[in-house]
Design a protein around this ligand. Structure first.
Ligand code: TYM
Length: 342
C-alpha cells in the first residue's frame, strides 16, 4: 500500500511571517523530520497563487527561491526519498485540474469564502482579480492531485480545506472514485496536535490575523526581521487595560497572542506557559520574555538560512518536480477520462 500523503503550500507573495512559520511550516517540517518513514511529505510553493493579491513581479523569482530555502533552514530533510519539494507552476496538471474543478464549483460556494470577503474588502473592487475569487479551487487541485489526506494549515484556510473535501466527494459521487478525500478538520487537529489550526494575531490589532499581505507590516513579524526590529514590534504590541495576565482570546486577545507566541517559540506546552504567567500584572515583563524568545528563534532560523546549499536544493527540486509530474499526470488522466476528455 502506498503511504498517506501530508501536503502543504506557502505562497511567495512577500517575506513569510511567524504566522506562516508556526501555522504551516513547523507542523509539516516536524512530520518530515519524525515520520517520513511512515508518510510521504509534499511541501511546495504555490507560485501561481502568489499573485492572487497584487505583488511586485520583479521580486517573485527571488521570493520563490527564498521560500524554498526557508523550508530547508526550518529543517526539511532533503535527502529523504519520500520528502518532496516543488514549485506548483512546474507541474501543469495543477492548472488543468483546477479548470475542470471550476466547472463543478458553485459561484455561491466561492462567494461565501471568508478569506475572499476579507481580502477583497481590503483591496477594493477595482483591484480584485477573478483569481482571488476562485483560488480555493486551485488549492483543492493542489491537494487532490496527490491524494493528500493530511493538510497542515492555519485556521484561515479551514474553509478551503472543507471545500476541498466537498468538491472531492462531489466528483467521486458523480464519476466514481477519483480522489482520496482529505480528513475532517477535527481529525487533522488531533493528528498534528498543538500546532494545527493556529491563528497568530497581528501585534497591533490582535483581533485580526498576522498576515504577510498586510500593507503596513507594523504588527507583523517577518522571518527576515532583524532581532532589533522584531523586539521593537513586540514591545509595542497592543494589549489591554485590564492589568492582569490571562489566556483569554475574547477578553484579552493581545495578551493571549503573546502567551501563544511564547509557548510556540520556546517549544513549551501552552498550559505550562499560562500557569507561569497568569495572574501576574507586569505586561512589560511578559513582552520582554516574548521578545527574547522570538529574537532567539529568528536568530537561529536566519543562521540556518545562510547555510542552505543552493545546489543541493536545486537538485532536489528537479528530482521532485519530475516525480510529482508523473503522480499528478496520472490523477489528471483519470479525471480527464471520467469527464469524457479522453
Ligand atoms: P498563505 O500563503 O496565505 O499562508 C501559508 C500558510 O500559513 C498559514 N498562516 C497562518 N497560520 C497561523 N497564523 C497566521 N497568522 C497565519 N497566516 C498564515 C496559512 O493558514 C497557510 O497554511 N491558499 C494557501 C496556500 C496553498 C495551500 C495549497 C495550502 C495553496 N495551495 C494546498 C495547503 C494546501 C494560502 O494562501 O496560504
Amino acid at each position: 500500500m502506498s503511504k498517506e500523503v501530508i501536503l502543504t503550500g506557502i505562497r511567495a507573495n512577500n517575506d513569510l511571517t511567524l504566522g506562516n512559520y508556526f501555522g504551516a511550516i513547523l507542523p509539516i517540517v516536524d512530520m518530515a523530520k519524525k515520520r517520513a518513514n511512515e508518510y510521504q511529505i509534499n511541501l511546495f510553493v504555490p507560485d501561481l497563487h502568489s499573485f492572487t493579491t497584487p505583488i511586485d513581479h520583479s521580486q517573485l523569482q527571488e521570493q520563490i527561491m527564498h521560500n524554498l530555502r526557508l523550508f530547508v533552514a526550518a529543517g526539511l530533510p532533503l535527502n529523504h526519498p519520500d520528502v518532496h519539494i516543488y514549485r506548483q507552476s512546474y507541474i501543469p496538471a495543477h492548472s488543468e485540474l483546477a479548470w475542470i474543478l471550476d466547472c463543478f464549483t458553485g459561484f455561491g460556494e466561492m462567494s461565501r469564502m471568508i478569506e475572499f470577503k476579507d481580502k477583497s474588502a481590503k483591496l477594493g473592487e477595482e483591484r480584485v482579480g477573478v483569481g482571488l475569487f476562485n483560488y480555493p479551487v486551485l488549492m483543492a487541485a493542489d491537494i487532490l492531485l496527490y491524494n493528500a489526506t493530511y493538510i497542515p494549515v492555519g485556521d484561515d484556510q479551514t474553509q478551503h480545506l472543507e471545500f476541498t473535501r466537498d468538491i472531492a466527494e462531489r466528483l467521486n459521487t458523480r464519476f466514481g472514485d477519483l480522489f482520496s478525500v482529505p480528513y475532517q478538520v477535527k481529525k487533522q487537529h488531533e493528528f498534528f496536535g498543538n500546532d494545527q489550526g493556529l491563528r497568530i494575531k497581528d501585534l497591533q490589532d490582535p483581533t485580526k490575523k498576522m498576515s504577510k499581505s498586510d500593507e503596513t507590516g507594523k504588527g507583523v513579524i517577518f522571518l527576515g526581521d532583524t532581532p532589533e526590529v522584531a523586539a521593537k514590534k513586540i514591545m509595542s504590541a497592543t494589549t489591554d487595560s485590564l492589568g492582569v495576565i490571562k489566556f483569554d482570546w475574547a477578553e484579552q486577545p493581545g495578551i493571549t497572542n503573546l502567551l501563544q507566541l511564547l509557548a510556540l517559540a520556546t517549544e513549551r506546552p501552552q498550559t505550562e506557559v499560562n500557569k507561569q504567567w497568569e495572574g501576574k500584572t507586569a505586561y512589560g515583563e511578559l513582552k520582554k520574555a516574548v521578545a527574547e524568545a522570538i529574537t532567539g528563534f529568528l536568530q537561529g532560523l536566519q543562521g540556518q538560512l545562510v547555510l542552505v546549499d543552493d545546489s543541493a536544493l536545486l537538485a532536489k527540486l528537479g528530482a521532485s518536480e519530475k516525480a510529482m509530474n508523473e503522480v499528478a499526470n496520472k490523477t489528471l488522466y483519470k479525471v480527464q477520462k471520467a469527464v469524457g476528455l479522453r
